[in-house]
Design a protein around this ligand. Structure first.
Ligand SMILES: [Zn+2]
Length: 682
């Protein structure tokens, strides 16, 4: 039942060029007017085998293709695209969208990705007007993991996946990725031993459910007029709502909640009770941020840590929870007698309503942050009305409302786990402030019957400091969560010496290893018109082949000055990077007559591109044309990558730290050539 369509050797690019092989298969539909595209990419980072990114997505897509082949036809075509060269700039996806005739049928995309090796396959990005597809997602997927706030954040991040290509063309879609174990992302051991089989299964379950649902859906109307807000409840179900109801619903629920509080406390509430209350909220927020900032030194600044994820996070997390409890206790101790629980309840829920109003106008798809607690409080208040004897007014409402804020707090606290490590504890802790707002009035009411002393504060501080000692003794890197560190050789043409460099992700290398093996801080030329300090050893230059510039001409054109030249190489190149100095005024560049860079185009990150990358070019000469806005000469850096000679690194491999693995580019020998092309007046 599966047709295969050949789509080999389509070459396209921005701002990069690489030959590609996309693999495409189609399961024809009974109507076949529209198509669902299931896609994953089969290339990976340079350093590793890419079992998670994106072997998992590829495996899931293949398995779904196998199952789909035995299924009766769906209404719509199902297109399977295993794309090439995603990591180099979404080239395979771009080629499919720009050149393949099947693309015009595609009305919905399921993309499978990874940014780590474990965790749930979360749906982190959708298209504009996603109300309908979110409803389908919620109905069909058994274990949904998704939060529309993340979709909003992702829009503002420079990151891209293959889905970016289709989304920019207005195609609706769902983008799935798992993102824990980020230390292994693009690493030498992103292999099948380190891939979480549960994450792979979740990918497959999500995609297969969506393919079956979308395969039968009327895809002409898959894009809605509006977006949905959504959040999963412990991956068991998806709460979702149209963004248009956020303002009205927030107002109705918020006013209901405030009236319920007003009626319940009509006898004790006086407006002047709010005076001190206004200090409580900034005090609580200030104290946890300040406390977390101070603890970020023992938790994150002093230990040697990956910048994003800790292999043993629980002690650090408990310290942050401790800071929250300490702040609550201290606030109660300081303000008890000055503020009343009912005033604090009024204030806390009033703030939640105000936040809801701001969200409704600025980011309605994040409305659940305030809607979930407000709705739970409102439900609780109805239960309270019907309960005959309650030990305290609005008890059920308070408890349910607190549960709502605690759910939102912890959800986002753990979400930040895959973005921030403990060196940013002052930001990590902020989601927890939310539930303090609703916990405080309850604790205040409870504590009125007890005399509080400073003793517990002292002991908790001792406890937290001890916990910090335990945290400091935990390794920040392990063989399964290694640091990104590799050996790389670098030379600049014309110099007799090269350097063996310890290259590391986020400059986070093993300092002890560097010192013991004679790597000293050296200013190494990066080719990007700046020197970078790296641990390195000087070695005799290898005199790598590099490239030669042949036949250069410059002429004036309608839209600028055109420099034409030929780059020639005798080596089988893995990689060639052409860097143009940033003040050159580069407008466009062509490789072998094809547009490869266009600074008039808007990219997601919106910055000017001054470099051209050629990946696995498989050729010995390239015609390059650079268009600049002035007639001056052009300074170029030409960087080529070559295999790293084993005899150069063998002496260092014997006792290579077992918590260090190559990440991103991996071991290589780099040659930098600096060339000046004459301007029009020379
Ligand atoms: Zn990927």
């Amino acid at each position: 039942m599966l047709q295969t369509v050949d789509c080999s050797e389509i070459e396209i690019v921005y701002p990069l060029r690489s030959p590609i092989d996309n693999i495409i298969a189609v399961k024809p539909g009974s109507e076949g007017k529209n198509a669902v595209l299931l896609t994953a990419h089969y290339d990976s980072g340079w350093a590793g085998p890419g079992a998670a990114d994106d072997g998992a997505g590829t495996a899931a897509a293949l398995e779904i293709a196998r199952m789909a082949a035995n299924f009766p036809p769906f209404k719509n075509d199902i297109i399977f695209l295993i794309s090439d060269s995603e990591e180099n700039g979404l080239i395979g996806a771009d080629a499919f969208a720009q050149h393949h005739p099947l693309f015009s049928k595609v009305k919905a995309v399921i993309n499978l990705e990874a940014r780590g090796v474990t965790g749930s396959s979360a749906m982190f990005e959708t298209g504009e007007g996603n109300r309908r597809i979110i409803r389908i997602f919620s109905k069909t997927v058994d274990r949904p993991a998704a939060n529309s706030l993340f979709n909003e954040m992702y829009k503002r991040m420079p990151n891209n996946t293959d889905y970016t290509v289709y989304k920019n063309k207005g195609v609706m879609g769902l983008n799935f990725a798992f993102s824990k174990g980020v230390a292994l992302y693009h690493s030498a051991i992103d292999d099948s031993d380190h891939l979480d089989i549960g994450s792979l299964q979740h990918h497959g379950d999500n995609a297969w459910s969506m393919i079956k649902a979308l395969g039968e859906h009327d895809l002409d109307h898959i894009t809605s007029q509006e977006d949905a807000g959504y959040i999963d409840v412990f991956s068991t179900r998806l709460l979702h709502y149209p963004s248009s109801i956020v303002l009205g619903l927030s107002l109705v629920l918020g006013i209901w909640v405030l009236i319920a509080i007003g009626i319940a406390f009509r006898k004790d509430f006086r407006i002047w009770q709010l005076r001190w209350g206004l200090l409580v909220v900034p005090f609580m927020l200030g104290s946890i941020v300040m406390g977390a900032y101070l603890f970020s030194y023992p938790l994150g600044h002093w230990p040697d840590l990956h910048p994003i994820e800790h292999p043993y996070p629980w002690v650090g997390r408990l310290v942050l929870f401790g800071v929250v409890l300490l702040s609550l206790y201290t606030t109660i101790k300081l303000f008890s007698g000055k503020v009343s629980p009912c005033a604090m309840m009024m204030l806390g829920w009033g703030l939640i309503l105000a936040a809801g109003m701001v969200l409704a106008s600025k980011m309605p798809t994040a409305g659940h942050i305030t809607l979930v607690p407000l709705a739970l409080f409102a439900i609780g208040s109805v239960i309270d009305i019907f309960r005959k004897k309650s030990p305290a007014p609005l008890l059920m409402a308070s408890v349910l409302g607190f549960a709502g804020t605690a759910f939102i707090s912890f959800y986002h606290f753990f979400m930040l786990d895959t973005v921030l490590n403990f060196d940013n504890s002052q930001f990590k802790i902020i989601p927890l402030a939310y539930m303090m707002l609703t916990a405080f009035p309850m604790l205040l009411a409870f504590s009125r019957r007890h005399e509080l002393s400073w003793q517990p504060v002292r002991w908790s501080l001792v406890g937290l400091l001890l916990a910090c000692l335990v945290h400091l003794s935990l390794p920040g890197f392990t063989p399964d969560r290694p640091r990104g560190m590799t050996l790389m050789y670098s030379e600049v043409e014309g110099s007799d010496t090269g350097h063996l460099v310890i290259e590391s992700l986020f400059t986070n290398h093993d300092e002890e290893y560097a010192k013991d093996h004679g790597f000293k801080p050296v200013e190494v030329d990066s080719g990007w018109s700046r020197l970078i300090e790296r641990p390195a050893r000087a070695v005799p230059a290898l005199n790598l082949p590099g490239v030669e510039v042949k036949i250069h001409s410059v002429r004036q054109e309608e839209d600028g000055w055109s420099h034409d030249f030929v780059l020639h190489t005798t080596d089988r190149l893995q990689f060639l990077l052409v860097i143009v100095r940033s003040d050159t005024g580069l407008e466009k560049a062509w490789v072998d007559g094809q547009l490869a860079l266009d600074n008039s185009l808007e990219t997601k990150s919106q910055r000017r591109v001054n470099s051209l990358r050629l990946v696995n070019p498989n050729k010995s000469s390239f015609e390059i044309r650079l268009l600049t806005d002035n007639p001056d000469s052009i300074d170029l850096s030409l960087i080529t990558w070559h295999p790293l000679p084993i005899e150069l690194v063998a002496p260092f491999m014997g006792d290579w730290p077992d918590d260090a693995q190559a990440v991103v580019y991996g071991p290589r020998a780099r040659k930098i050539q600096k060339i000046s092309l004459d301007g029009a007046n020379e």
